[in-house]
Structure formats: structure tokens, C-alpha cells
Design a protein around this ligand. Structure first.
Ligand SMILES: Nc1nc2c(ncn2[C@@H]2O[C@H](COP(=O)(O)OP(=O)(O)OP(=O)(O)O)[C@@H](O)[C@H]2O)c(=O)[nH]1
Ligand SMILES: [Mg+2]
Length: 601
């Protein structure tokens, strides 16, 4: 072997807990390296280019960009910070030689900071710590730095790893400083630190082509695109190479194009070499984790391994009486094809067949991840039914173990009581409580993942929207016993028709309704939440009998309480085992699994 390095390149990932400012910092790096013209209009958080990312204000998929700093090309990968998308971070770390760990100067390290840092240290990637949002009025950078040291030590960091460089930044204004009370400067110190800390890519000059595929994309003109890093060798347009599949088989393929990143644009390259992060076209059926390598001397790289899924739902064909009204893809074959495609491009999603040909078990890292998938499918004009999310247990030496979460709650002191009480019911154990003296407390719990299903909505109501909660998988424990479910039943329509204001007014005292006058309903559809534990069949289409004598007021004065509108995530939290969510491009309806009232008794 003769090892060489490429000093003209650095490959780096930005990792952090959700909302700590990764995508905002990438904006600033793009601006300051001259990717945009002075007067060019560029949206904020430009890397969050997927519609749903912009709507929700979070990053869902890891994305590449590249800037030129002096003579050096810095390839940057922005990653999502939400725990449900942790698989994105895991696959990203395969592409890089170093990481930038961002930590909010006020919030400090949170569960996902721990997760991403652990993965980076395990992969032996040198970190640059950036304490961001130092402009916040409640910033406490000194303390946060101490907490970061504690975290490194807790994760068994080596002496070398503990010797990490630290910068303090305000990503929004694009400034940073090298010491807490130092002068604000441009991001030059950050760029310099990247050149110092992140090693130049190393490669073996004698080795053949090895290109590990870590992402997939699609272009209307050139078709399927595969994104990956060249670890060794070279690759160019028209090359004949071997695709080494997950199962170890080899297939000869022809590359039709090789592209690099320049800011947000893809640019055609004559050739890519070891160290480059590139996009190749021409290989239609390619999956994440596979290697493009030499035909004469094939050397596949190890597959990308990611943590296992923790939660699953059953997605099935929409068989409600109102199916097909606004969706285009309705059949089980379409559903299956779409879900299998997802499992290929999304490393942390698994799809299995079930006993029914119309239903598939889809497993992922959390409720949000599954909700995002359903939302994307709705936008692609799918209709489907979704069952209640369930945690995935494991058999260890014949004993059933369930996933546990580390839950971190940040809320005003006044709500400590209600939060601990609710956690108690859900079998959560308090492990730590810190009072920062700001009127808010931080409480940590260890709780079965099961106990968190449906907790978020309740928590937000209990804390009047002021609480922040984040959680992350924290091992497995023997089944901890029953956790009570939703204490209420449903108001279930007993026939098809249109909801009527007279009926709604009469049913309002029974509970909270989900429908408005004129909404179409069907037998077995849940039109409201019963305030009692049982389900109640109701006629929500009932009209007022017309009489000859008009009472002076009651005809006109109908007092309708606005119906409860639930988001997709809230619907998934709400439904019980015998219930389903019907999702179409336009509408979310809740329904009983068995529609006919007579068959539900
Ligand atoms: N005050 C202040 N706000 C900031 C700073 N950096 C980012 N923000 C804000 O923090 C919020 C989250 O920023 P993002 O850049 O989306 O955070 P992120 O880490 O990419 O979030 P995810 O990708 O969803 O994990 C946005 O409202 C930003 O405007 C900063 O330095 N100071
Ligand atoms: Mg982001």
C-alpha cells in the first residue's frame, strides 16, 4: 500500500441536536465563500429544500454542498437533528473525515447531541465544537462548554478527542469568535479550523475504484443519481464498472455522467478521484450502501450499518367507503412499490409483508419519521389506512425486552408536579433534575418508548405550550407491564351521510367533535371523542323535524363549537388498536378498523 492524501479537499459533516442552528450556519458559510452574488435573493436555510422541511422548519434529509475556501474545496454535509432521522446522520458519517458539533449556547447538549457525538467518536472522526447562538439573552456558553466536556468524558472519549477546538458563533449574523469574550469576526476562523482539524482524505494509490453510495437522488433529465464518496481510484463518464450489491453479487454497469457540487449546483466533472464526494448517473437500480468498484479487481466496502428501527405501523389499502375520491394511487401493488422504494432510499426504514396482501408493516425510528413518510405519500396522491404505532420489542435469551428512552424535559418550575405525575403513570423513572435558576427546570426520565406514544400532545397541553421535550433510544428493558391507553372512547357514526348542524349541536355535550356541518361521514367513522371510556354509535346526520309552528329563536341560534382538527401526528397519537387513520391527499379521517356497527359489538 502506498498512502497518499489530497490536500485540496476536506469532507465534513455538521451534526447537532434539533434546531441548534446547523442549516443556518451552512447558509452563512455559503454566503461567505462567495457562492451567491451580493444582490442575489436566496431564501433562508437554503439547504432545507424539501417542501416539508420548509413547512416544518426542520431538516429531514442529509444534503451535500461544497464551498471553495482559498484553494481548498470543503464538502459540507448538513444533517437533520431530530432523533427520528438519526439514520441520516449515521450514513452521512461514512462520507466524511471530520465533524462540526454544534451546541446551542443556552440549551446545552441534549439527547441527540449525545447520539451524534457518540457516532462520530466511534467512527474516530475529529470534532470541532461550535457553541452557537451566543447572541441569545439566556446564553451560558461557559457552562455549556463544561457540559460538553462532561459529555465527551461520559462517552469515553480518548485524550486526543478531548482536546477538541472550540469556537463561539452566531450563525444568524454569520460571525464567530475563538474565545467567549473575544472579538466577533467573520467565519474565517471557522474555515481555518476546518483546514487544521479535519484531515485531508487519505487513499491508497494502488487500489482500484471504490465508491461507496450513501445517498440517492433523481433528475428528470438524467434519471437516477447516486451520491457517494470515492475512497480509492478514479471514475469518469462512460466507464464500465462493477456494482457490488448488498447480497454480494456483482453486475457490470456503465456510468453516463459524473458530477460534483459547487455551492448548491451540480457541475459536470471529467473525472472524480479518491477523496471526492460525487454524484454519478447511469446506474438505475442502485441502493444505498452498495459499492461501485473495478470489474477486474472488485473490492466492495463494508455495508452501511445503522441502528435498528424502534417503532412500526401497518399501512394498508384505503378500504373506506369514501376511498378514491381524491387520491390517484389506491392499489396494494402501488402501495407496496412505493414502500419498497422508500426502504431502499431511506436506510432506517424497513418494510415487511403481512398476512394480508393489502397491508404492509413499516418500521422506522419514531412517530415523526413515519408521519413524514405518510405526508410525502399523500402529496404524491396516495391514499392509505394507517394503524396505531407500536414499539418493536426484542427477544433476548427468551425474554421479551422493550425499548426504553431517555427523555429530557425543559419546562417552567410550576409544571414539575404534573409532568412527574404523568411520567409516573407511563412508568417513567426520574434520573436527574437540574434547576438553572431561570425559573425553568430540566428533568430527565428513563421511560419505556411505549409510554411516550401519545405523550407529546398531552405534555404540550399540560405545560400550556411552554414545555420542550426530546427523547432518544436508551437500551432495552424487560417488559414493564401495562401502561394505560387513551381513557376515552369514540363517537362513531352509525350510517353514511352528511354531518348536520342540528345533530352536531345535540352531540356536543357528549364529547368533542371532529367534523363540521356538511362533512361526509360513513358507518364506523369516528366523528368525535366520547368523554366516557366506551365507544358510542351516534347519528350525526340527523336533521331537525320540520314543524308548522316556528319557535321564535331556537331555529336560528345554533351554537356550534368549532371541531377539533388534528394533525397527522396527533391522529397517530390518538388512535387505539381497533382504530385506523384514513389518509388521502386532502383529508385525514379517523375510523374504526371494523366499520359495521353490528360486527364491532
Ligand atoms: N438567535 C439565534 N438564532 C439562531 C442562530 N442560529 C440559528 N438560529 C435559529 O434557530 C432556528 C433553527 O435553526 P436551523 O438552522 O434550522 O437549525 P438546525 O440545526 O438546522 O435544525 P434541524 O436541521 O431541524 O435539526 C432558526 O429559527 C434559526 O433562525 C443564532 O446563532 N442565534
Ligand atoms: Mg437543519
Amino acid at each position: 500500500m502506498s498512502m497518499q492524501s489530497r490536500n485540496d479537499i476536506r469532507n465534513l459533516a455538521i451534526i447537532a441536536h434539533v434546531d441548534h442552528g446547523k442549516t443556518t450556519l451552512v447558509d452563512a458559510m455559503l454566503w461567505q465563500s462567495g457562492v451567491f452574488r451580493e444582490n442575489q435573493h436566496v431564501v433562508e436555510r437554503v439547504m432545507d429544500s424539501i417542501d416539508l422541511e420548509r413547512e416544518k422548519g426542520i431538516t429531514i434529509m442529509a444534503k451535500n454542498t461544497s464551498v471553495l475556501y482559498g484553494e481548498v474545496q470543503i464538502n459540507i454535509i448538513d444533517t437533520p437533528g431530530h432523533a427520528d432521522f438519526g439514520g441520516e446522520v449515521e450514513r452521512t458519517l461514512k462520507m466524511v473525515d471530520g465533524v462540526m458539533l454544534l451546541v446551542d449556547a443556552s440549551e446545552g447538549p441534549l439527547p441527540q447531541t449525545r447520539f451524534v457525538l457518540r457516532k462520530a467518536l466511534e467512527a474516530n472522526l475529529p470534532p470541532i465544537v461550535v457553541i452557537n447562538k451566543i447572541d441569545r439573552s439566556d446564553a451560558r456558553p461557559q457552562e455549556v462548554l463544561d457540559e460538553i466536556y462532561d459529555l465527551f468524558i461520559d462517552l469515553d472519549a480518548t485524550e486526543d478527542q478531548l482536546d477538541f477546538p472550540v469556537l463561539y458563533s452566531n450563525a444568524k449574523s454569520g460571525t464567530c469568535r475563538s474565545s467567549v469574550d473575544g472579538e466577533d469576526q467573520s467565519l474565517v476562523p471557522l474555515f481555518e479550523q476546518i483546514l487544521t482539524t479535519v484531515p485531508a482524505p487519505q487513499f491508497d494509490e494502488e487500489a482500484p475504484l471504490q465508491l461507496l453510495i450513501t445517498n440517492l437522488d433523481y433528475d428528470d433529465y438524467v434519471g437516477r443519481l447516486a451520491v457517494g464518496r470515492v475512497f480509492n481510484g478514479r471514475i469518469a463518464e462512460k466507464d464500465q464498472v462493477a456494482l457490488c450489491r448488498r447480497d454480494g453479487t456483482l453486475e457490470q454497469v456503465q456510468i453516463t455522467g459524473v458530477y460534483g457540487f459547487e455551492g448548491l449546483r451540480r457541475i459536470e466533472l471529467k473525472e472524480a478521484r479518491a477523496g471526492d464526494i460525487v454524484v454519478v448517473s447511469g446506474v438505475a437500480a442502485i441502493n444505498i450502501g452498495e459499492t461501485l468498484t473495478s470489474i477486474d479487481d472488485p473490492r466492495p466496502l463494508p455495508l452501511v450499518q445503522v441502528d435498528e428501527p424502534t417503532i412500526s405501523v401497518v399501512m394498508s389499502v384505503n378500504d373506506s367507503p369514501l376511498s378514491g375520491r381524491d387520491g390517484k394511487h389506491l392499489t396494494s401493488s402501488k402501495l407496496k412499490e412505493r414502500l419498497l422504494k422508500e426502504s431502499l432510499i431511506n436506510v432506517s426504514i424497513e418494510v415487511e409483508e403481512t398476512e394480508s396482501p393489502d397491508a404492509f408493516k413499516v418500521s422506522g425510528r419514531g412517530e415523526l419519521q413515519l408521519a413524514i413518510l405518510i405526508e410525502m405519500m399523500r402529496r404524491e396522491e396516495f391514499e392509505l389506512c394507517v394503524g396505531r404505532p407500536a414499539v418493536i420489542t426484542r427477544q433476548v435469551n427468551g425474554v421479551e425486552k422493550e425499548p426504553m428512552e431517555q427523555l429530557v424535559i425543559d419546562c417552567p418550575e410550576a409544571y414539575i408536579g404534573v409532568v412527574t405525575e404523568k411520567m409516573g403513570i407511563r412508568k417513567g423513572q426520574m434520573t436527574k433534575m437540574v434547576n438553572h435558576g431561570s425559573g425553568r427546570v430540566r428533568i430527565e426520565f428513563r421511560v419505556p418508548s411505549r409510554g411516550l406514544l401519545g405523550f407529546r400532545t398531552e405534555f404540550l397541553i399540560d405545560t400550556r405550550g411552554t414545555g420542550i421535550m426530546t427523547h432518544i433510544l436508551d437500551g432495552y428493558e424487560e417488559w414493564l407491564g401495562d401502561i394505560p391507553r387513551r381513557p376515552t372512547g369514540a363517537l362513531v357514526s352509525d350510517r353514511s351521510g352528511k354531518a348536520n348542524s342540528y345533530a352536531i349541536e345535540n352531540l356536543q355535550p357528549r364529547g368533542e367533535l371532529f367534523v363540521s356541518p356538511g362533512d361526509e361521514v360513513y358507518e364506523g367513522m369516528m366523528v368525535g371523542e366520547n368523554s366516557r371510556p366506551q365507544d358510542l354509535d351516534v347519528n350525526i346526520t340527523k336533521e331537525k323535524k320540520l314543524t308548522n309552528i316556528r319557535s321564535s329563536t331556537s331555529d336560528v341560534l345554533i351554537h356550534l363549537i368549532p371541531p377539533r382538527k388534528m394533525s397527522l401526528e396527533q391522529c397517530l397519537e390518538f388512535i387505539g388498536d381497533d382504530e385506523m387513520l384514513e389518509a388521502t391527499p386532502k383529508i385525514l379521517r379517523l375510523r374504526k378498523r371494523v366499520l359495521a356497527a353490528a360486527r364491532r359489538k
